[in-house]
Write a protein that binds this ligand. Structure first.
Ligand code: ADP
Ligand code: MG
Length: 385
């Protein structure tokens, strides 16, 4: 088990020093995948490189099964590394690349060959050992990089945006395969990404990071259903955050996060209790639905969807689909490595929601990605920003 306690990493010296990683605590349980998810520049790579032993520690501890790794050099940590660009050895063939890390394992040549074949099979490249790496596609090269990282059976795999350089369809396929390989080999992994969809697809637990700090740790379901604060909610794809006192019928009071699909324009629902009336500020058709921004008196500007194109300035009646909403509950202890108790309690709530058919984590991930993509194109609501 990897344990990171109060880790701080600084770049620069004296007054110009900045903490790229600021008092971070987290843990990766045996056989589990922790996704470190955050925007570009928030300190993810710095944290991963520091765990690998490649950056000096300014404060805090990194432990493996309780053992402090401060004095353990990179090559003795038995951690595997995989980056965005696998940087394969161009003069070695596929088998030579995968076998590189096996040279010091004490396996005889026959065993090494069998291990290489087994890994080629595992990453979906059976029989390609003799191929030149230059003749492989980008996706195949990343599969080789994964096999090379796994070859010496690392006790922890550190992955830094391993799919970021691939095009979308390839990324989706490799993501599924990666998840399967990690699960089948019960490899403990720290998976760094800025992509919400990737994190939700691959993680047992997600650590949300921003400006050098961990903002929330939890299962994908917990992070999706119970974002810890407004930033976390927006980062996982909620587009509207309303403060306490929003006055929306059917939703408990307190800060609430809404996906666009949480508010549905409906001309036929007028006059019924629990409906909201607002003015259309913008309407934009998309392949799936019509996206609206609506001024809701008392609450502010919200995003909504409609089946029909609405006219700007018209009055619409909105109904609330609770499955697209999340209550924001500030839980300061959720950021701590030992905050598991609070986290699990919340996860139980989320599991209950799921059992009641209130969305699914997998759906949530897909919707999160879509909503985040969408948020850049749509004029965001102004409430609560
Ligand atoms: P991420 O991987 O989340 O994009 P990084 O860990 O690469 O973030 O960077 C975190 C912060 O540290 C950024 O502000 C970045 O500019 C800074 N940084 C990263 N590497 C260095 C370095 N070698 N020297 C100085 N600043 C750095
Ligand atoms: Mg990075």
């Amino acid at each position: 088990m990897l344990t990171v306690e109060g880790l701080t990493v600084r770049y620069g010296a004296g007054k110009s020093a900045v903490s790229a990683v600021d008092d971070v605590s987290l843990q990766v349980d045996d056989g589990q995948v922790l996704s470190l998810l955050g925007p570009s520049g928030c300190g993810k790579s710095t944290l991963l490189r520091t765990v690998a032993g490649l950056e000096p520690v300014a404060g805090g501890r990194i432990r493996w099964n309780g053992e402090d790794l401060a004095a353990v050099p990179v090559h003795r940590r038995r951690f595997g590394l995989m980056f965005q660009d696998g940087v394969l050895f161009p003069h070695r063939n596929v088998a030579g690349n995968i076998g590189y890390g096996l040279r010091f394992t004490g396996l005889d040549r026959g065993r090494q060959r069998r291990r290489i074949d087994e890994l080629l099979e595992l990453v979906g490249l059976p029989g390609l050992g003799a191929r030149k790496v230059a003749s492989l596609s980008g996706g195949q090269q990343q599969r080789v990089a994964l096999a090379r990282a796994l070859a010496p059976s690392p006790r922890l795999l550190l992955l830094d945006e391993p799919l970021a350089a691939l095009d979308a369809s390839l990324r989706a396929r490799l993501l599924t395969d990666l998840r399967t390989v990690l699960a089948d080999t019960r490899t403990s992994a720290l998976f760094v990404t800025h992509d919400q969809g990737e994190a939700f697809a691959v993680a047992d637990r997600i650590a949300l990071m921003n400006t050098g700090r961990i903002r929330q740790v939890g299962t994908p379901t917990t992070v999706w259903r119970h974002p810890a604060d407004e930033w976390a909610a927006r980062f996982v794809g909620y587009t509207t955050v309303l403060p306490a006192g929003h006055g929306i019928p059917g939703i408990a009071d307190g800060p609430v996060a809404l996906r666009p699909a949480a508010l549905v324009a409906d001309q036929h629902g007028g006059g019924q209790p629990g409906r909201l009336t607002g003015t259309v500020l913008s309407a934009r058709p998309t392949p799936d639905t019509v996206r609206l921004t609506v001024d809701l008196p008392g609450a502010g500007v919200v995003q909504a969807i409609s089946e029909t194109l609405q006219v700007v300035g018209d009055t619409v009646i909105l109904s609330v689909d609770r499955t697209g909403t999340a209550q924001i509950v500030e839980r300061p202890d959720s950021t701590a490595a030992d905050g598991a108790a609070a986290d699990d309690a919340a996860a139980d709530d989320a599991a209950a929601d799921l059992a009641a058919g209130d969305g699914a984590a997998g759906d949530g991930a897909a919707a999160g990605g879509a909503a985040a993509d969408d948020g850049t194109a749509v004029d965001r609501g102004t409430v609560g920003q």
